[in-house]
Ligand binder design. Structure first.
Ligand SMILES: [Zn+2]
Length: 145
């Protein structure tokens, strides 16, 4: 089985049956941030803790990435194999908004306020043959698994 490695440590719980997004919460003022911050952006306090943000949110805004992003976009895709994808902000319970890739890539599949489900997706292979995985969101009502 291919070893799956998160693209960045600390973004989501991994490995996990039901991965959850991870963020930080300021112990001083309660501000929540994603990705996790050592220093609070609101009160500049440095007493933050890692918290689980959950795996469901609602779509706050979105767009379609219809052409291949410029570097440092680091995938296995080429201009020929690139497929458009959605990009959006998903508002998590607690109010923090997370910028994320979306599995939907058609405008008529996306609607502001729709419920979204966190998914972990293969992104590319690294030099050692590991599969780099990223988080993304998809419509919660399209769940088949
Ligand atoms: Zn704070």
């Amino acid at each position: 089985m291919t070893h799956q490695v998160p693209i960045q440590e600390g973004l989501f719980s991994w490995p996990a049956e039901q991965p959850q997004l991870l963020g930080s919460r300021c112990k001083n003022c309660g501000e929540t941030a994603f990705p996790a911050q050592r220093e609070c952006r609101k009160c500049s306090g440095s007493d933050t803790e890692v918290v689980t943000l959950g795996d469901h949110g609602t779509l706050w805004t979105w767009t379609i990435q219809s052409f291949m992003p410029k570097t440092p976009y680091n995938s296995d895709e080429t201009e020929e194999t690139f497929r458009p994808y959605g990009v959006g902000y998903v508002e998590m319970p607690g109010g923090v908004r997370v910028e994320s890739r979306l599995l939907e890539n058609q405008p008529d599949e996306l609607e502001i306020g729709m419920p979204m489900q966190l998914v972990i997706e293969p992104f590319r292979k690294d030099e050692a043959g590991n599969e780099i995985v990223i988080f993304a969101f998809r419509r919660a009502d399209s769940e088949n698994a």
